[in-house]
Design a protein around this ligand. Structure first.
Ligand code: SAM
Ligand code: SF4
Length: 334
């Protein structure tokens, strides 16, 4: 097994997230503007190019790979890529884990295939259990397909973690219900603070809800026991004693989670971002399409990781409500 590449701060980069498409069948209010211009298809890496880049990262010590988007399951033939990557699980210079973040709308079709490809757990984004609120938060989605998708994932034997973006005045009255529902279903839950990424039509400062406040409120009803459990991601977990399930908190705004960062992000056009909250990038598509052999590709990735910054500096700009980072989350993936 190759020793992992280290960044300038000695952090081993073992986790790659790939956004396989910037397109999505929903328009979540915190993520996208209502009118989005998507990338022309020719700019996208082919599935073969994505696989080649993933293999290069594996040679350099990546052991965990998450596919995201946009909505990864709307990319045509994405299951072919998933199967090819799944075949690398448990191999030397391969993966310990392959996973996915999805809005669940297509999961009923794909759940069994994901399991067969070697996935063990997936994250499904669900901000509310209320059908009308779901439609409001996604601008036009219907909750039915997502709930059916989640049920299909459970039936296929995939462990499900529900990701919920906490929004002030929108779904903050529902966290108790979500904890109870996840408890019944046997799912972990992860609450996420909104991050100021991309123009989204609404005022971000109005949406932002600090999870420190949420946590204090949850303690009125639930017994939260801190744990050391980590999944390789940025969440800090507690166990909800009453349900026995875990609840995670991702708090980029109130708590700087950068010190243990082990990941980089690749977009569907082959741009590598070394940090979710910074603009520095490396154009790996140019390297790939310039005819680079494996050694040259590896060198380009090493050079990019050598520039990984210490951390993000997201701020909620109260006067201008401007995003800290211009690109949308759907480009880099969550
Ligand atoms: N479409 C898939 C989904 O919704 O799960 C994968 C991509 S989505 C960009 C990944 C995660 O990012 C989702 O859990 C979503 O809720 C979260 N997200 C999107 N925009 C965000 C923002 N501005 N702040 C915090 N989380 C955000
Ligand atoms: Fe689509 Fe996911 Fe963004 Fe919602 S959060 S608009 S489902 S990419």
């Amino acid at each position: 097994m190759s020793p992992p590449v280290l960044d300038p701060f000695g952090r081993a980069i073992t986790y790659l997230r790939i956004s396989v498409t910037d397109r999505c069948d929903l328009r979540c209010v915190y993520c996208m503007a209502e009118e989005m211009t998507f990338l022309p298809k020719r700019d996208l890496l082919s599935l073969e190019e994505l696989e080649r880049l993933a293999a290069a990262f594996m040679r350099l010590g990546t052991r965990k790979l998450r596919l995201t988007g946009g909505e990864p399951l709307v990319r045509r033939d994405v299951i072919r890529l998933i199967e090819r990557l799944g075949a690398r699980i448990g191999t030397p210079d391969g993966l310990d884990e392959l996973t996915l973040t999805t809005n669940g709308t297509q999961l009923a079709r794909f759940a069994a295939g994901l399991k067969a490809a070697g996935m063990r757990r997936i994250n499904v984004s669900l901000d509310t259990l209320d059908p009308a609120r779901f439609t409001h938060m996604t601008r036009w989605g219907k909750i039915g397909p997502t709930l059916e998708g989640i049920a299909a994932a459970k039936a296929a034997g995939l462990a499900v973690k529900i990701n919920t973006v906490a929004m002030k005045g929108v779904n903050e009255d529902e966290f108790d219900a979500l904890i109870a529902w996840c408890g019944q279903e046997g799912f972990d839950l992860c609450l996420i603070e909104t991050m100021p990424m991309g123009e989204i039509s609404e005022d971000r400062t109005a949406q932002y809800l600090p999870l420190s406040l949420v946590r204090a409120r949850l303690r009125r009803r639930w017994t939260l026991e801190d744990t050391d459990y980590r999944t390789g991601g940025p969440a800090r977990y507690a166990t909800v004693r009453e349900t026995g399930r875990r609840i995670g908190f991702i708090t980029p705004m109130t708590h700087n989670f950068c010190e243990s960062c082990n990941r980089v992000r690749l977009t569907c056009t082959g741009t590598l971002y070394m940090c979710l909250g910074q603009d520095d990038q490396a154009d790996l598509r140019a390297v790939l399409r310039g005819g680079a052999d494996d050694a040259a590709l590896d060198a380009a990735i090493r050079a990019a990781i050598a520039r990984k910054p210490k951390g993000h500096d997201f701020v909620i700009d109260r006067r201008h409500a401007a995003p800290s980072v211009g690109r949308h989350m759907s480009l880099t993936g969550g």
